[in-house]
Design a protein around this ligand. Structure first.
Ligand SMILES: Cc1ncc(COP(=O)(O)O)c(C=O)c1O
Length: 394
């Protein structure tokens, strides 16, 4: 074991299952470990690295801002923050912005704002949905393994089947503050929302005085082939949760606030680090780079190419290949974990989504050659003998 692996094994909390590879450097869609081994990165910092690693514009923005001002809480206006808020509002069409530090925090804010704005207590979420692990966000998350050790969770949350408009319609009533949905369920297995479902959810909320919260923490910033996934569907959420790639990998989250939320009373929420100038400078550079490099379009084109290539892989282990843009899942008839290990040994890093889905979340700068390499490596790995495993039910 190397010194780094040993130190992390000894001192880390224990809540993460760590892969035995110490990552020390990245560039574009490539990563290197401390032995100098190169990997094609389809983990993409779990969706935080849409821009690719070591982007020079983000590095320069961080360096300049670090020399100017790092700490400035929101009680004082700041030039970087003001510019970022204006930019996010312009990009999303939503008039106001709350800045925070992670996806779960952006969801917490949305839940609180929905309750405060409507005076109603209930939040409807979807089965298989994932919204984070802090207690409010966890209450909206579906996976029982994440929830059960921490019960009782926040009261007033209900889960209905995803992509089932009738079930949602039956659930929304005069106590519903908000419906919270992902545009594509990422962590829950890469299940794209049907356009008529997402549009119907927004419409039902509007008709019944509830707010529509769209969680684009994973799908935002070009991932699905548009800057935001809601732009595929011609709809506008009342509250939009953003994080992950917003600041090129620097921790940041944002909750965008639509007109139906109205004015929020002072002091009902806040964050010491929220709107930190360093993160704001990184986010401004990230947004410019996403546009300059035309990354949403590249995600659409290369995502379609990648899906088509993956669909040509002939293996009895594959149940389905699905995805939008460069958020792609390969559902297996077996557990994904041994295949992720074999992919890593052959120089490809990928994620799971649930027990039996291999999830590819590469930086959007990934090239066709690199995607070809991922497909070829997956083909090899699926053809290799692995220890006998039971079929995972559909
Ligand atoms: C859709 C969605 N919402 C919220 C979160 C939570 O984000 P964070 O881990 O930054 O708290 C995630 C994380 O994977 C996510 O995919």
């Amino acid at each position: 074991m190397t010194e780094t692996l040993e130190l992390e094994a000894r001192y880390s909390s224990g809540v993460y299952v760590k892969r035995p590879v110490t990552i020390v450097r990245g560039e574009g869609a490539l990563l290197w470990d401390e032995q100098g081994r190169q990997y094609v990165d389809c983990v993409g910092g779990q969706g935080t690295a849409n821009l690719g690693h070591a982007n020079p514009a983000v590095t320069a923005a961080l360096t300049t801002q670090a020399q100017r001002l790092i700490a400035c809480p929101e009680i004082f206006p700041n030039d970087q923050r003001a510019a970022l808020m204006a930019r996010l509002s312009q990009l999303t069409g939503l008039p106001r912005v709350f800045l925070c530090n992670s996806g779960a925090e952006s969801v917490e804010a949305a839940i609180k704002f929905a309750r405060a704005a409507t005076g109603r207590p209930e939040i409807i979420a979807a089965r298989r949905g994932f919204h984070g692990r802090t207690l409010g966000a966890l209450s909206a998350t579906w996976n029982q393994a994440y929830r059960e050790p921490f019960e009782p969770l926040v009261p007033g949350f209900r889960h209905v089947p995803y992509n089932h408009l009738e079930a949602l319609s039956q659930a929304i009533n005069e106590n519903t503050a908000a419906v919270i949905l992902e545009a594509v369920q990422g962590e829950g297995g890469v299940h794209p929302g049907k356009p008529e479902y997402l549009q119907g959810a927004a419409r039902l909320c509007q008709e019944r005085g509830a707010l529509f919260i769209l969680d684009e923490v994973q799908t935002g910033f070009g991932r699905t082939g548009r800057m935001f996934a809601f732009q595929h569907y011609d709809l506008r959420p009342d509250l939009l949760c953003l994080a992950k790639s917003i600041a090129g990998g620097v921790p940041m989250g944002a909750t965008l606030i639509g007109e139906r939320v109205g004015t929020l009373p002072a002091h009902i929420h806040g964050s010491t680090f929220g709107g930190n100038p360093l993160a704001c400078a990184a986010a401004l550079a990230t947004l410019s780079e996403l546009e300059r490099l035309d990354l949403p379009r590249r995600a659409a084109e290369n995502g379609a190419y990648f899906l088509a290539q993956l669909r040509q892989v002939r293996s009895p282990l594959i149940r389905e290949v699905r995805g939008v843009g460069l958020l792609v899942g390969v559902e297996l008839r077996r557990k994904a974990a041994p295949f992720l290990q074999m992919l890593m040994e052959r120089g490809v890093l990928a994620l799971s989504a649930g027990m039996n889905v291999i999830r590819f979340l590469p930086p959007l700068v990934i090239s066709r050659e690199q995607l070809d390499c991922v497909v070829a490596t997956l083909t090899q790995v699926l053809a290799e003998p692995v220890a006998e495993q039971e079929t995972v039910p559909a």
